[in-house]
Design a protein around this ligand. Structure first.
Ligand code: MTE
Length: 715
């Protein structure tokens, strides 16, 4: 039986989400939402249990300063739900009836008070004055929670230590986060409760234990949480990126939910309207009660190509993605607008969805039903995932009949993989993928954006001058994406002649369909570069010789171009000499050939280019970074969409400390040695992938990039 229920009461969760402190029951219910914790993982302590008769919390001596809300404040939110699994190992130590331990020398600031652990525990989430400890220090986070829209998340650590969480969410071990916490310092843990200067550690089970097994082809940036991008040869090998190598961007663990038939009835989506009414839909309800649609759309992280911005413009915070934090898939699901209408949402005024009308059929703009919205632009659709992630989109985006916003349960003809949101996610075509919320469990139509850090404190961009502490309040949340492009593979010299390029005439790698074969006009290529690609034929000595003369070094490039908002890519320009001269790439007509679906151009355009490298030996020598002097050129790509938006030339002009929207021309260096080979003939006719290297001949720099990735993982 369908589990759809509509009610006119405010849901308990709504009331709770509108108050500062969640109750223990609330947290327990959320923990069940994480799904199937096996019996052995039954929460050992769901929340710090409030005592029966709670004494008034000890008053700190110092005044607290409300912290300015900064980006780094977001880091505190990594605390999430782990307290559900926390076990105390130091109970006996802190129990007041225990004999006091031998006196130790306490050299810490004597002007601040000392607190016993059993007193700190009283300041749990339900206390009204939550405290946390970090190392041997005690912080009163009451003001922080009050000031921060997502503050209830940190409450999950209240009454205990934040350290075990930060051991897992290492990304939060940053000076910014400590700086914010420092403003709430009220004292120290009493020396009687310290072992080697620290309270005894609390145990935290690994929440990533149940994460799915990943495809080994993925290039991993961080393992826990998993963040990975496909190697380029997989990324745009076909028009659709295979599910197994589709980039993965997780902020936390992958929630474990029932599979198969159980998921059909077991996973419930709650939809809450502005008046507070809720409606619930099982997965089966969604499949059977609404028309199912398919939409071909790119998902792209706002951090795609961040390592480009770092290398060309300066230090950025965040995962140092190459060109692969983007992938393209065909999504299957139901329209969000249909579900909202079914749940009871009405829009008055210009008919967008369902026009509220009076009995005689006229528009009823005076309707005072709170679920009849007169100004959709003043509203937002907030999405929440099972593991605590949240984001929102403006209501008009959700209602746009040509916007194709889906609640998706299928990806490339298969059920959503766990990493990509099984059993349900939102897919917002043309928008930053941060709004396509995975493991979707709740939708709220509200008059404000999602309170989550990922809406308010992240996924925004700033002026190049705004530095490390930009004004997060002022900046708008990223929604539609700007135009971008990237070179994903390059072949030079004999690699091209020998037929290494799969999409050139007779390419020996064949191709699993979809490689864009036939897109390039071979006759024109022959004329331009003076050769015919023949895969089976050995390179003749004459050609061998000619490879070494830079004037006849062919080069082949491929890549992708994409613009947000459904704007079609209309042109891709390629330069082989660092942007001095330009030519146009061939665009693969995947959209028509694969019968891609959607009201607008939500997918990427793949492109191909064959040309002739400039005479490298005549070019200026590249800055000498190693022992070797290099004659190099820069291969460059830029794209233009059908609104004539085009990419900026330089990352410096769009630099922002978060490294978001790194859309400047994509440049890849090619050095003489790559074309001509060194004395041993190495490097001749090479091909390479730009996610892994700087360009041909730049192994050392590529190593530095990799090292940087490892360092950011360790943070
Ligand atoms: N949804 C949930 N529940 N949790 C997340 O961590 N990450 C967001 C978005 N939705 C995220 C989420 C971000 S930042 C991106 S870029 C996309 O999911 C990545 O989607 P993918 O992993 O399917 O490629």
């Amino acid at each position: 039986m369908a589990a759809f229920r509509a009610s006119t009461r405010l849901s308990l969760e709504t009331i709770l989400s509108r108050t500062r402190c969640p109750t223990p029951n609330h947290s327990l219910r959320q923990s069940r939402n994480f799904g199937t914790l096996p019996a052995s993982r039954t929460p050992r302590r769901a929340f710090h249990t409030p005592p029966k008769a709670k004494p008034p919390p000890p008053k700190p001596k110092t005044a607290r300063v409300a912290a300015p809300l900064t980006a780094a404040g977001a880091g505190l939110l990594g605390l999430c739900t782990l307290s559900l699994w926390r076990t105390e190992t130091n109970k006996s130590q802190s129990h007041p009836s225990n004999p006091p331990p031998p006196a130790t020398t306490d050299t810490r600031d004597p002007s601040l008070p000392r607190f016993r652990l059993h007193d700190i525990r009283l300041h749990d989430a339900a206390s009204g004055e939550p405290w946390v400890t970090h190392e041997d220090k005690v912080y009163n986070i009451t003001d922080w929670v009050a000031a921060h829209p997502g503050g209830d998340v940190i409450l999950r650590a209240a009454g205990g230590s934040v350290d075990p969480y930060w051991d897992i969410f290492t990304i939060h071990k940053s000076p910014h986060v400590y700086e914010i916490l420092g403003q709430y310092l009220i004292g120290f843990v009493d020396a009687a409760d310290l072992v080697d200067g620290r309270p005894a550690r609390e145990e935290v089970e690994d929440p990533f234990e149940d994460d799915p097994v990943r495809d080994p082809r993925l290039i991993t940036h961080t393992a826990k949480p998993r963040n990975a991008e496909p190697p380029n040869e997989e990324l745009d090998r076909g028009f659709l990126t295979e599910n197994e190598v589709f980039y993965v961007r997780n902020h936390m663990w992958v929630p474990k939910v029932a599979e198969g038939e159980e998921a059909e009835e077991g996973h419930v989506l709650t939809v809450e309207l502005p008046g507070g009414e809720t409606a619930e839909y099982t997965l089966r309800d969604l499949r059977t009660r609404f028309k199912v649609h398919r939409v071909t759309a790119v998902l792209q992280c706002s951090g795609n190509r961040r390592n480009d911005m770092t290398r060309h413009a300066g230090k950025t915070n965040g995962l140092q993605w190459g060109v692969g934090a983007i992938s393209n898939a065909e999504w299957e699901g139901v329209r969000l607008a249909d579900v909202l209408a079914d749940a009871g949402l009405r829009v008055a005024g210009p008919a967008v969805l369902t026009r509220a009308t009076t009995e005689d059929g006229a528009a009823d703009d005076d309707n005072d039903d709170p679920n009849t919205i007169t100004d959709p632009s003043a509203h937002h659709v907030q999405f929440s995932g099972l593991e605590a992630y949240g984001a929102s989109i403006p209501l008009p985006t959700a209602l746009d009949p040509r916007g194709d916003v889906l609640l998706a349960f299928g990806m490339n003809g298969k059920p959503l993989p766990r990493d990509h949101g099984f059993p349900l996610r939102s897919v917002i075509p043309g928008h930053v993928a941060a709004r396509s919320v995975k493991w979707l469990s709740k939708i709220v139509v509200a008059d404000e954006e999602s309170p989550s850090q990922w809406q308010r404190r992240d996924y925004k961009s700033f002026g190049p001058n705004e530095g490390a502490n930009p004004d997060w309040e002022k900046a708008k949340a990223i929604q539609e994406m700007p135009v971008t492009s990237a070179i994903t593979r390059v072949w030079v010299g004999d690699g091209v002649r020998r037929g290494e390029v799969p999409w050139l005439n007779g390419g020996k790698q064949g191709g699993r369909g979809g490689e864009g074969k036939g897109v390039v006009d071979i006759a024109a290529v022959e004329q331009k570069v003076g050769f015919t690609s023949k895969p089976t034929r050995p390179v003749t000595s004459e050609e061998e010789g000619s490879t070494a003369t830079a004037t006849t070094s062919p080069v082949a490039l491929q890549g992708y171009a994409y613009s947000g908002g459904g704007r079609e890519i209309s042109r891709v320009d390629v330069s082989l000499d660092g942007g001095r001269t330009w030519d146009q790439a061939d665009l693969v007509d995947d959209w028509n050939q694969t019968h891609a679906k959607g009201s607008k151009h939500w997918a990427w355009k793949r492109w191909r280019y064959v040309g002739q490298l400039p005479e490298l030996h005549s070019l200026p020598v590249s800055p000498d970074r190693g022992n070797e002097k290099k004659h190099c050129t820069e291969l460059v790509v830029k794209a233009t969409d059908d609104a004539y938006n085009t990419q900026p030339g330089d990352h410096k002009a769009i630099y922002n400390v978060r490294g978001n929207l790194a859309t400047a021309w994509h440049r890849v260096k090619v050095c003489q040695r790559c074309v001509r080979g060194d004395e041993d003939g190495r490097g001749k006719g090479v091909s390479w992938e730009t996610a892994q290297t700087y360009g041909c001949g730049f192994e050392r720099e590529a190593g530095e990039v990799r090292e940087h990735m490892i360092k950011s993982d360790a943070k």
